[in-house]
Structures are given as C-alpha cells and as structure tokens.
Design a protein around this ligand. Sequence first.
Ligand code: GLA
Length: 387
Amino acid sequence: MKEKLLNEFARVYGDNKDVRVYFAPGRVNLIGEHIDYSGGKVLPCALTLGTYAAARRRTDDKLRFYSMNRPEYGIAESMIRNYKREDEKDWTNYLKGVMWAFEEEGMRLESGMDIFIYGDLPEGAGLSSSASLEVLTGFFLCDLFGFEVSNEKLALLGQRAENKFCGVNCGIMDQFSVAAGRKDHAIYLDTSDLSFEYIPIHIPDAKIVIANSNKPHALNESKYNERRQECETALQELQKVIGIEHLCDLTEEEFETYQAAILDETRKRRVRHAVYENSRVKKAAEALKNNAIVEFGEFMNASHQSMSADYEVTGEEMDALVQAAWQQEGVIGSRMTGGGFGGSTVSIVKNSCITSFIEKTGKVYTERTGFVADFYVVEIGSGPVLQ
Ligand code: GLA
C-alpha cells in the first residue's frame, strides 16, 4: 500500500520527495450506542480498514488536498490560518477542522502541506470514516511538525473539529476508538471521564461481520442532534429530583423510581434506552472477559431492540437487515452499529456459517427493502501508525 500511495502521490503532485505515509483505522461499535454523550460506557474496536495519508510539508503557506476516493474534485487548495468550511468540498473540512483545532490549542503550523488521501472504509456506513480522517490528520500533523499529543488529546481535537468546525454534535466514542485502537481488543470506554480498559477479543470459532445497508441516510445529522437535545431536556427534568451529572449515572432502579419527572413519553423512552443500554454494556463487557460469547450476542440483540423501539434510530431498513441476520444459522448476535438511520450492522457469526450468512441475509434484505447490502468479514486493528 505504501508504494502504491507514493506512486499515486507523484502522479498527482509531480514528485514524492520527503513524503511520509500514515494510516488510521475506522471503528465498529460492538455495543453501547447513542450513550457516549450521556456519560455512558461503550465497547467499540478499531478495524484494519481505515484511511491512509501521504503527506509532506511545503515551503510556503499553501495547502493542497487530493483524495483518491474523490478524483472528480481534483486538487483542492487553501491556506493555513485561513480555514473555512466549504460545503462543496466536504471531505477537506475534516482535515481543515483538525488544523484549525490544533492552532486554537496553540500548536502553530509553520508551513502548508501537500496531502493525498485514500480510504478503504465504506463512507457514510457508520464505520467512522470521518473520525478516521480526523485522527489521521492529527497524527500526521504531530509527525510533520513535531508536536507531542496523547491519544486522548488527538481524539478530543478530532471531536472539536467535528463539533465546532464541521457542525456535527457527535460524542467522543468514534475519535477515541480510532486513536486508541489495539489489535484484537475492544476498548471498554467510560465516556464520563475517558477512563478505559482493553478487553481481548478471543473468539476462535466466529468472526465479526459488518453489513453496510447502503441506505443513504439523509436525515442523519438533524436526527442525531435531535436525540442529543431530547437527552439534554430529560437530564434537566431529572436533575430537579435527583443529583446526577449524566443520564447514565442513573441505575435501572433509579430510572424506574424517578421517571415521572420526565414530562414527555418519548423522552422517557430515550432515557430508558440510555440507562438500560449502559447497564447492558457493563454486563456485556463482563461476558466478553469471561469468553461468554453466546451471552454477549444476546446483549447485542437486546441493544438493537432498544435502539429500534425506545431510541428510534434504526428505521425500516436497518431493522430488516438485523432481523434477516437473526434468522440465520450460526448468528451469535446482530445489531445496528453507529449513529443510525442507515449505515451498518455488526454481527458475530460462526466461521462455518459465514458464507451462507452473507448470501441469505443479503437475499432477504434485498427482497424486503430493494437495497443491496455489502458484507465485510473484519479484523480488529490498531490505532494510527506511520507506515
Ligand atoms: C455517531 C457519533 C458517536 C456516537 C454514535 C452512536 O457515530 O459520532 O459519537 O454517538 O453515533 O453511538
């Protein structure tokens, strides 16, 4: 891959003198959905699929961007310290947003750069292609300009770029799992204080299979921000009767006792998802530590049901894809992963059944929805690296 990127870089920019090549992964969340902005616990892992950058410093202030995934855009140009969000060149916003966040933090970029990007992660599939690009950018800025930044800080700067520059009010899970990924481990992250633990994933007779629904998710951002708002309102209502800082500080029993303080039935269901999902993650993490994979799969299934009925972030197509998976032989668990309203599902499938799982799940899904899903049998990878 490194050779290929260096050659492509030279083709686009004329030569590849002083170019360095970097990689940052995408992520899949095994369980703990839509609770990373409510102080909950989540259990994502980094993938071996992700985003590559070939980059070098320039002697002037110019920034040049090229993406092999968007050749139709050609080379996009801008300048350091003149970072503007441009909706028509949307993918460059993630890079410019991170540069802006670094400079805000006092890390001055002393020159422009030539940057070449290539990703093998399906975009808009709920596998954090944007967080991958953000953390990748932070990582190569550190290398090219000599900044010392911890993984946690890289994640926070990526999140700041996404929230403040790109205008998506995401939580910390995606950037954190990309920055802190570890091969063959899930990251058991407490989003209330960013403490975390690596849990080895040792499932010799099964694999993680991702299915991209290929359903375009046009409403994604507005619905995401709407869920966040509902949670904030419910938190204020609950804080009148119980001293909590985050929704996920509530135990299941406390939720049942105090739920009358939430003055709207929809908001009550949102909080019920957050509270029960958080306790499911804790139990699922224990199950994973004990290699109790069947039990882990049951928590995944319950997580999907809660996202569908209470949090309402799945939609017809994602429900159809998960239901099709549940019917198949050798499926240990299956659920929607990521922000929702489209995107991907994650399933754990016995090795001997993977081929039939892909064929039959795909067939049922297409019959029910008309969309064609893409399947990926994935490996758990590590955080950003210099190639
Ligand atoms: C998106 C956001 C994350 C998280 C998930 C849902 O991926 O970027 O912060 O909220 O949705 O779990």
